[in-house]
Design a protein around this ligand. Structure first.
Ligand SMILES: C[S@@+](CC[C@H](N)C(=O)[O-])C[C@H]1O[C@@H](n2cnc3c(N)ncnc32)[C@H](O)[C@@H]1O
Length: 216
């Protein structure tokens, strides 16, 4: 089982070229980011809430990127069981490695495509934040997350917005040759429900995105 190869190569290429720029974009210390992108804080807070609801949680972070969410959840106690981050962009993982170095052997970083990379588990919490934006076959990802999950999945999804959507489409797909995808609440309920999760909470977090908490 593999991501659609042509699409995933374009996404990987994007995150190899733009690793540093992306990391800066996710810098919550900057007022402008906190103001323009409130969704980043909301998704991080939901990840923290989920992680804190387990004792000694094990966490799988799918598309962990430069490790910004990882750092917050590790500070909150994730990885007392194990923290595993997987990403197919080597430059993103290099950034994550330096950011997470201080957590020592609580952290394992794995380079590869989520769909066909062995990851161990199952994990109490599976995080997929800022990932589904770039996934042409989301049901395959939801299914593998279900297989690797003992507790719950916390994931973010973009929804179409006439305010941000057109510019975002052009910036990613035309300028950077990186395909992006949007979701509706109905699609999310159907996808996670059909995958087997017993409870699916869909939160309309901002005008341009949903957060999902799906319980095994
Ligand atoms: C926008 S970043 C999000 C990073 C992090 N989760 C966060 O919220 O800060 C998305 C990441 O997903 C990774 N990614 C996309 N598709 C992937 C796949 N099929 N397998 C592994 N990683 C993938 C990209 O390389 C990128 O680093």
């Amino acid at each position: 089982m593999q991501s659609s190869p042509a699409t995933s190569e374009r996404v990987r290429g994007h995150f190899e070229e733009q690793a540093g720029a992306f990391d800066a974009l996710y810098n919550e210390d900057r007022l402008v980011q906190r103001t323009l992108r409130p969704g980043l804080r909301l998704r991080r807070d939901l990840a923290l809430e989920a992680v804190r609801s387990y004792t000694d949680p094990s966490v799988l972070d799918v598309g962990c990127g430069s490790g910004r969410i990882a750092e917050a959840v590790l500070d909150a106690g994730a990885g007392a069981g194990a923290y595993v981050g997987v990403d197919f962009s080597a430059p993103m993982l290099d950034l994550a490695r330096s950011r997470l170095d201080r957590f020592g052997d609580r952290v394992t970083l794995v380079e590869g495509d989520f769909l066909d990379t062995p990851l161990g588990g199952p994990f109490d919490v599976v995080l997929a934040l800022g990932l589904f934006d770039y996934i042409p076959e989301p049901h395959l990802f939801a299914r593998r997350m279900y297989e690797l999950c003992a507790g719950e999945v916390v994931a973010s999804f973009p929804k179409w917005s006439w305010l941000k959507g057109p510019v975002r489409k052009i910036r990613y797909e035309v300028v950077n040759d990186c395909p992006i995808f949007n979701y509706t609440e109905r699609e999310l309920r159907l996808m996670f429900g059909a995958t087997g999760f017993s409870r699916v909470d869909v939160i309309a977090a901002t005008r341009s995105g949903y957060l999902v908490r799906a319980f095994r």
